[in-house]
Design a protein around this ligand. Structure first.
Ligand SMILES: [Ca+2]
Ligand SMILES: [Ca+2]
Length: 353
């Protein structure tokens, strides 16, 4: 995949990539983190790429083992904002093994290769897992309003996508099937990340509630982080639709982030269009939500927690093109029914080391 993002230089912000790496090292819990990132091993580079087929690569970032504070570091509703009820209180968690995780969200092009190779049909196409009023299809946004579209699927999520956009309109089961195929293609163990693994990778040592500070509004108030720096967030206007009936209305959006007029992407953006986090993940927050392996719920384990033993909903992380910055805390969990599919959900894969 061609790099569309200029890594070095100051055009996209104050920190060239090597400064981000330095920040990572400084913020990590001691020298062991540094040695893990750069140590030799089965895969001795911080970034690797696996072949999914001719011309189709899966680029991965190596995430070191380590400890972090998982969950909300500040519990006040004023700071957390509108999504507080779903949140988890902070606790120390240890990720015991390094792992590889997608540098980007899974793209339409990668998913197409999976479909062409296996003839797999998604839940939106077959209707084998009805969800709400959908037998087939996917929930998507039509002129600013959510609609259940029986003919929507990853091929046609309701807006234009290229092969470099994140694949969407998949159920959790479709996402698992994709991971299993990647595992077969690469002869590695590929799966969805647990919530702990994904939060650890998304947070990337950043200690504050948000990448850009303590409050959602800091996203626009800090001149170092202009709109479009970190993430594809919801627009306060959708194209020419003013005050559109979004998940947050335009009015709510503007009260939350009064200066925001958008990042230029009404729907999904090509993966890698924004700045990477300190671990090198692009779109770790925003663009599309990312499924996790876990049943939603507490797991008291302090080492490699795996969520509840059973449940009806799975945890999903990171916010999408249809959320305000309020939802872009790495610690925020959306709880979703696994058979559901919307045009705001996507996949980031984990490959075990
Ligand atoms: Ca946007
Ligand atoms: Ca994302």
């Amino acid at each position: 995949m061609a790099k569309r993002f200029k890594i070095l230089g100051t055009r996209h912000g104050p920190f060239p990539f090597h400064i981000h790496r330095a920040f990572l090292c400084l913020a990590a819990t001691g020298a062991s983190m540094i040695s893990l990132v750069y140590s030799s091993g089965p895969i001795d580079e911080p970034e690797v790429a696996l072949e999914l087929g001719p011309g189709i690569r899966l680029e991965l970032v190596r995430i070191p083992a380590g400890e972090f504070s998982m969950g909300e570091t500040d519990w006040s509703r004023e700071l957390i904002g509108l999504f507080a009820p779903h949140d988890l209180r902070a606790r120390n968690v240890r990720i015991s093994r390094a792992f590889l995780i997608g540098k980007y969200e899974v793209t339409v092009g990668q998913f197409r290769k999976f479909i062409e190779t296996t003839r797999y049909q998604t839940d939106a196409e077959t209707g084998r897992r009805p969800w709400k009023e959908l037998e087939k299809g996917c929930y998507t946004l039509v002129r600013g309003v959510w609609e259940s579209k029986q003919d929507a699927s990853w091929r046609n999520p309701g807006f234009q996508q290229t092969d470099d956009h994140p694949v969407t309109c998949l159920s959790w089961f479709d996402a698992v099937e994709f991971c299993n195929w990647v595992g077969r293609q690469t002869k590695r163990v590929c799966r969805l990340p647990t919530e702990a693994e994904l939060e650890y990778a998304q947070r990337a040592t950043i200690p504050t509630l948000y990448y850009w500070g303590k409050k959602p509004a800091d996203y626009v108030r800090d001149p170092r982080f202009p709109i479009g720096y970190w993430a594809n967030v919801a627009e306060s206007r959708m194209g020419d639709i003013a005050d559109s009936d979004l998940f947050l209305s335009g009015t709510e959006m503007r009260s939350l982030i009064p200066e925001q007029r958008g990042d230029g992407h009404d729907y999904t953006a090509r993966v890698g269009s924004f700045y990477p986090n300190p671990f090198g993940l692009f779109d770790a927050v925003g663009n599309v939500w990312e499924y996790t392996l876990d049943w939603a719920g507490e797991d008291p384990a302090r080492v490699d927690p795996r969520g509840s033993n059973e449940g009806r909903t799975r945890g999903m992380r990171g916010g999408s093109w249809l959320n305000s910055p309020d939802a872009y805390r790495p610690s925020y969990r959306a709880e979703i029914e696994p058979e559901g599919r919307t045009s705001t959900r996507g996949i980031r894969v984990l490959v075990e080391m």
